[in-house]
Design a protein around this ligand. Sequence first.
Ligand code: RET
Length: 133
Amino acid sequence: SADYNGTWDIVSNDNFEGYMVALGIDFATRKIAGVLKPQKVIEQDGDCFIIKTYSTFRNYTCSFKIGEEYEEVTKGLDNRKCQTVVNWDNGRLVCVQRGEKKNRGWTHWIEEDKLHLELRCEKQVCKQVYKRS
Ligand code: RET
């Protein structure tokens, strides 16, 4: 299926504010985070992933193996603990982050050499698109 490896630069970021509000991120942090142009560096080795989100303000790394639930601490985001699992769905990476927040998770997919990311929390959906760096 899809090859996620590479460095990806954000080109659009729709409703990141709504997503951050749903996570309970404070006003000052949201104002800073809302204007960032994050970059993703993805290292994929079969079913093992390391996904790094870099920005001038804060970075976030997660690493996982498909189908293996792990405890994720969303350090520097909303600082919660989630029971997280990522599965394949027709080339898409579908993540469920079980914890205090309902309907929390994300989906990554590649379409026409663009990396798409949908971030979900409660009733909010943030949609980001990245191009190859
Ligand atoms: C930043 C800056 C500080 C505030 C917030 C951030 C959001 C990061 C997010 C990362 C998502 C990563 C994913 C990785 C996939 O494996 C940019 C670190 C809120 C939402 C989905």
